[in-house]
Design a binder for this molecule. Structure first.
Ligand code: FAD
Length: 478
C-alpha cells in the first residue's frame, strides 16, 4: 500500500505525533505475530487514547479507503492481528476501568485493559472475573472479546461471550454504537453484541465492555491424576461432574510426552507422580462455601475413584503454592513445545463423548503419515477442546516440517469434521484457518457470514483477508 501523506498528517493532527508510529523499530512489534509465523506490513500504527479518538481514526481511514486492523495484546494464535497493509489500530491506551458495580456484579472496562488487570480489579472489589488464559498478562480484554477467548475456566463459567453483558463498538464508518447495557435480561430486538464477540476485528472495533462478575471462591483444591488412557479420563470427568457440579472448575489433560517436555524444560519442576501413566488430568474444584473446603471434597472424590479402579494414582496440592506448581505443569506446555523444534497446531473440539475416539483416530493417522512425529494432544478436555499439536521428529529440519502444515490440517480436520467437531475451538479463524473455514463450514452459514460482513463493513476495510473473504476472492495467501 503506498504511503498516504494526507491520512498520516490527519492522524498526526488528531492523535499527536507520539501516537502515530511509522519508524520501523517502533512498528515492528505490531507486524509480527506471537510465534513469528507471519510478518505483516502497515502504513503506520495509530495509538488512540479513547473512544472518540478511535472513532476519528476509523472515520479518517474510511474516507481515505484505507484498511484498519485492530490490535490488543497481539497474542492471538491465528494471525488475525497481522496487518496486510493499511493501518494498525492499537487499543492499548484505552486502559481504564470505568466502573465496578458490586450489587449488579458487573465491571465496565475499556478494550485495552490487560486481562490480568480486569481480574485484579475484580479481586480488589472482592469478586471474581473468571476468564483465565496463559497469556493473561499480555492479552487485552478487547482482544479476548474479539476472539471469544476460552481458557481454563470455560467448564464452569463459559467463554468470553458468556461473560459479556454490553459493548461499545466503533463501526466501519466511524459511528459509535453505545451498547454498554448492564442487564442480564434484554430481549429488545437482535442481540447485537454477539455479532461483534468473536468477529476478530472484521465487523467493528470494540472500545469498551460491561462484564459479569462472580462470587470469589473461598477455597480451591487441585489434583494431578494418573490414568490408563483418555477413556478413563472421560469416565473420571463424568464422575467428578456428577459429584461436584459447578464446583468442578477445571479438567485439563496432559499426555505423557507433554509431561516429559514440561519437566525437561521447566527449571525446578518435579514429577508429581512416581510411575508412568497412559495420560494425566489436572483437576480443580473450587467452592464459595466456607463450611465445605474444595480441597477436602476433591480428595474424597479422587479417593473413591482410586478405590473404584478408575484412577491409577493422584497427587493433591497441600498448599496454594503447590496448587500453583501443579497448574504450571499445564500452563507451561504451550511454551515448552517451542523448545522441541517446530510445532504444527490444531485447536479443535468434538463432543465430549467422542473425545477418546478423536484422540485415537487422529493420533494413528498422523503417526502413520510421518514416522517419528510426536503428538502432543493436551488441553481443556472437560469442554471438549483439545490442542492437537504435533512436534517435529527429532533431527528433522524445522522449516521442512512446518511446510507440512496443510497436509496435517487435512488429516486432523477431516477426523474432527467426521465426528461433528469444530476446526476452530477457541483461537478463532484469523488468517491461518480462513481457507479451512471455506472447506468445512456449512455453505448456508458461510453465505450468512459473508452477508453480515458486507452489511456491517460494505467497503471491506475492517481487517480484510481475515475470517471470511467475499466468494471468489482468494484473499492474500496465509
Ligand atoms: P490480538 O492478538 O491483539 O487480536 C486478536 C484478534 O482480535 C485480531 O483479529 C484483532 O484484529 C482482533 N482485535 C483485537 N482487539 C480488538 C478490538 N478491541 N476490537 C475488535 N477487534 C479486536 N486463547 C484462548 O482462547 N484460550 C487460551 O487458553 C489461550 N492461551 C494462550 C496462551 C498463550 C501462551 C498465548 C500466546 C496465547 C493464548 N491464547 C489463548 C490466544 C490469545 O491470547 C487470545 O486469542 C486472546 O484473546 C487475544 O487477545 P489479544 O488482546 O492479544 O488480541
Amino acid at each position: 500500500m503506498p504511503a498516504s501523506p494526507d491520512l498520516l498528517a490527519a492522524l498526526t493532527d488528531r492523535l499527536g505525533a507520539a501516537h502515530v508510529l511509522t519508524a520501523p523499530d517502533e512498528t515492528e512489534p505490531y507486524l509480527v505475530e506471537t510465534r513469528g509465523l507471519h510478518r505483516g506490513r502497515a502504513l503506520a500504527v495509530a495509538r488512540p487514547a479513547d473512544t472518540a479518538e478511535v472513532a476519528a481514526v476509523v472515520a479518517l481511514c474510511a474516507e481515505a479507503g484505507v484498511p484498519v486492523v485492530a490490535q490488543g495484546g497481539n497474542t492471538g494464535l491465528v494471525s488475525g492481528g497481522v496487518p496486510q497493509g493499511g493501518l494498525v489500530l492499537s487499543l492499548a491506551r484505552l486502559d481504564r476501568v470505568r466502573a465496578i458495580d458490586a450489587t449488579n456484579a458487573t465491571i465496565t472496562v475499556e478494550a485495552g485493559v490487560p486481562l490480568a488487570e480486569v481480574q485484579a480489579a475484580a479481586d480488589r472489589a472482592g469478586m471474581l472475573f473468571p476468564l483465565s488464559l496463559a497469556s493473561e498478562g499480555s492479552c487485552r480484554i478487547g482482544g479476548n472479546l474479539a476472539t471469544n477467548a476460552g481458557g481454563t475456566a470455560v467448564l464452569a463459567y463459559g467463554n468470553a461471550r458468556d461473560l459479556v453483558l454490553g459493548l461499545e463498538v466503533v463501526l466501519a464508518d466511524g459511528r459509535v454504537w453505545n451498547g454498554l447495557k448492564a442487564l442480564r435480561k434484554d430481549n429488545a430486538g437482535y442481540d447485537l453484541k454477539h455479532l461483534f464477540v468473536g468477529s476478530e476485528g472484521t465487523l467493528g472495533i470494540i472500545t469498551a465492555a460491561v462484564l459479569k462478575l462472580f462470587p470469589k471462591p473461598a477455597s480451591r483444591g487441585v489434583g494431578f491424576v494418573g490414568l490408563a488412557d483418555p477413556t478413563a479420563a472421560l469416565a473420571l470427568f463424568e464422575r467428578l461432574r456428577d459429584r461436584a457440579g459447578h464446583d468442578l472448575t477445571a479438567f485439563e489433560v496432559i499426555p505423557p510426552f507433554g509431561l516429559e517436555i514440561v519437566l525437561r524444560h521447566t527449571p525446578g519442576a518435579t514429577a508429581p507422580l512416581s510411575g508412568p501413566h497412559g495420560t494425566y488430568a489436572l483437576v480443580e474444584f473450587s467452592s464459595t462455601r466456607v463450611d465445605a473446603p474444595a480441597g477436602e471434597a476433591l480428595a474424597a472424590a479422587l479417593q473413591e475413584a482410586l478405590e473404584a479402579g478408575l484412577v491409577e494414582d493422584a497427587a493433591l496440592g497441600a498448599s496454594e503454592a503447590q496448587n500453583q506448581a501443579l497448574w504450571a505443569l499445564r500452563e507451561n506446555l504451550s511454551e515448552v513445545q517451542r523448545r522441541e523444534g517446530g510445532s504444527i497446531k490444531h485447536d479443535v473440539s468434538v463432543p465430549l463423548s467422542r473425545l477418546p475416539e478423536f484422540l485415537a483416530t487422529a493420533t494413528r493417522a498422523c503417526e502413520a503419515a510421518m514416522p517419528g512425529l510426536r503428538v502432543c494432544a493436551f488441553g481443556h478436555f472437560g469442554d471438549g477442546n483439545i490442542h492437537f499439536n504435533l512436534s517435529q521428529p527429532v533431527g528433522m529440519d524445522r522449516a521442512a516440517f512446518l511446510g507440512e502444515w496443510s497436509r496435517f490440517n487435512r488429516i486432523v480436520h477431516d477426523v474432527v469434521h467426521a465426528l461433528g467437531g469444530s476446526i476452530a475451538a477457541e483461537h478463532g479463524i484469523g488468517l491461518i484457518k480462513r481457507d479451512e473455514l471455506v472447506r468445512y463450514a456449512d455453505p448456508v452459514a458461510l453465505d450468512l457470514m459473508r452477508r453480515l460482513k458486507t452489511a456491517l463493513d460494505p467497503h471491506g476495510l475492517l481487517n480484510p483477508g481475515k475470517v471470511v473473504v467475499p466468494e471468489g476472492d482468494a484473499g492474500p495467501p496465509p
